[in-house]
Ligand binder design. Sequence first.
Ligand code: SF4
Length: 401
Amino acid sequence: MESIKKIYRMGVGPSSSHTMAPNRAARRFLKKYPGAARYRVTLFSSLAATGKGHLTDKAIEEVMGSRPLEIVWKEDETLPLHPNGMQFDAFDSHGERCGHWEVYSIGGGALMSSDETELNSSRVSYPLTTMEGLLLHFQKSGNSFWGYVDQCEGPEIRDFLEEVWDTMKGSLERGLEQEGIIPGGLGLSRKAKSLFAKSRMLRSDFRTNGLIAAYAYAVAEENATKGTIVTAPTCGACGVLPAVLYHLFHTLKPSREDIVKALATAGLVGNVVKFNASISGAEVGCQGEVGTGCAMAAAAAAQLMGGSIRQIEYAAEMGLEHHLGLTCDPVGGLVQIPCIERNAHAATRALSCCHFALLSDGVHKISFDDVVAVMKETGQALPSLYRETAGGGLAKAYRGA
Ligand code: SF4
């Protein structure tokens, strides 16, 4: 299992799989073939279907600069290993192909080459890769989720997670200040600032829900406008975890160290999903993105609120379970509708899952690992229309304002 650094990638949105990863792939290809006379990038399946809305072409053009570049969109063709396939070609001045690379964007900004090697992988030693294995280990050793992350990654992970927290907080606070139209053509206005202003005047439950929604909108709107965010575990789901942490940061007033520990726990939860199923909307639908984000946030909240190991697992399990079957059908291929609002709902749900777990003794019938397995199976059974092609569901129903 990889470092949790791959769950938390700091960078520019709006999509970890459609902008961050293609941008990285283009950099890599250009480094290998810097002197070609002309370049061609072919995008397949989901990358081609939603690439324009997700700004995939812009992410590649940004790297290629003024070099001659052709981008070919093949939404009806799928490469063998993953729906998000890309082929990079370089040509010399005689038009002969002098370089070729087939590569896949496999979710959360990660790249995999055609020999199925994950590129730039930073494998650290996580001998335990299932939740059940982790729980048994914690029971025997007295260790904790965050303690296990420390043990596997080394103490330097703390510095990294501090930077993650600062970046999350930065995008959230920036997002709360912004107004105006989100680019892309849907004419969607930013709402975070107004939600925040109105929610502060409310009382009790309404206020909490309103504030958490405002926080999630703030980050997701930053993502949609190409602001810097942290994947958690993807760009599309980047608002859920920061919203919950920011709310608890202001209400419970935990130490910075406690926030870092909560991020470690959430990262481990996301890693277990990524390793055993997928966090890619193109592969398993939104259940893998926002569903995983909700599980991560619920676990982090349960830990911050003093939950036991079993209660933390239960909170995470509910966070994912109640997103099972959730499709990915972004309107216009943009990470806006339903994505932004969905982050807000997942954030409030994460807190409910946490509360519910804390009210229980943590004992329940369906395990987190079971839900992860079902999520994978459900995702694979979803017709491809509902896996980030922007061809079905809400994307099809939308007729414009
Ligand atoms: S619907 Fe969900 S998975 Fe699809 S782009 Fe939006 S946030 Fe990502």
